[in-house]
Design a protein around this ligand. Structure first.
Ligand SMILES: Nc1ncnc2c1ncn2[C@@H]1O[C@H](COP(=O)(O)OP(=O)(O)OP(=O)(O)O)[C@@H](O)[C@H]1O
Length: 239
């Protein structure tokens, strides 16, 4: 099975402080992998390096086999990224924003209309399709971010806290969406909700203070979310 997401020795320093240090892991095609760690562990920093939004100080990142810096366009074509705080233009509507994103992705004509219809339905955006993004609730803005990540039907999804700020019904909807996507896509998702990991992820990568501390099957972290929480604390409590 080929690896669709590859982090190889990724580090990012801010002065003396290591936000991420020598992070190496890879996610094979078709896997849904959780990326866990306490607040400030370096998850978003690592995801930004994996997606090419932040240049690493050491190491390389590949998406679908393409280096995110030297083969930027080929990597970007295969990647959908939901950033932690998406650049969702407040004055635009989901309709105009996603149309614009589609055009920058070189989608047009009937294909763009089909994809807009699909993400509108999958991300339940019909009720707010023509409302200003700045006036939407956090949950709806998160769904616009998901729609943006899915629009060009990428093979790989990197999702930074996709269920953050959603109500329980919306959380359920996003989990179902990720589960249905997992049949055809490779997904790396960060979350603080261990039940979510148990429900949708077969694998866990856990970082603490910028370093990788666990990489294995979800069942190895614990048979249920309570056991996972105990193991999470054991691996991440500062010495
Ligand atoms: N531009 C920056 N300058 C200085 N420090 C930064 C910068 N960006 C991130 N950091 C620091 O790097 C560390 C890792 O941050 P990061 O956002 O990657 O953590 P995280 O695991 O995603 O946390 P959370 O779960 O709270 O979202 C934090 O201590 C953060 O304050």
């Amino acid at each position: 099975m080929s690896d669709m997401i590859e982090a190889s020795g990724l580090s990012k320093f801010y002065g003396e402080f290591a936000a991420a240090q020598n992070i190496t892991f890879s996610v094979p095609a078709g896997q849904v992998c959780a990326f866990l760690g306490p607040n400030g562990a370096g998850k978003s920093t690592t995801m930004k390096m994996l997606t090419g939004f932040l240049s690493p100080d050491t190491g390389t990142a590949r998406i679908g086999g393409f280096d995110v810096h030297s083969d930027r366009i080929a990597a970007a074509e295969r990647l959908g990224y939901l950033p932690e705080n998406g650049p969702l233009y407040p004055e635009m509507t989901p309709n105009s924003f996603l149309r614009y994103v589609g055009e920058t992705r070189m989608l047009g004509g009937g294909e763009l209309e089909d994809r807009l219809g699909w993400v509108c339905q999958q991300c339940s955006l019909g009720d707010v399709w023509k409302k200003a993004i700045g006036k939407l609730s956090r949950g709806y803005r998160q769904r616009v971010g998901m729609a943006q990540a899915l629009l060009h039907d990428p093979d790989v999804l990197i999702l930074d806290e996709p269920t953050s700020g959603l109500d329980p019904n919306q959380v359920h909807g996003v989990r179902q969406l990720i589960e249905s996507l997992s049949e055809t896509k490779t997904v790396l998702l960060s979350t603080h909700i261990l039940q979510e990991v148990h429900a949708v992820c077969s694998r866990v990568v856990l970082i603490n203070e910028g370093r990788l501390v666990f990489d294995g099957p979800t069942s190895e972290l614990g048979p249920h979310s309570d056991a996972m929480e105990a193991k999470f604390r054991e691996l991440t409590i500062a010495a």
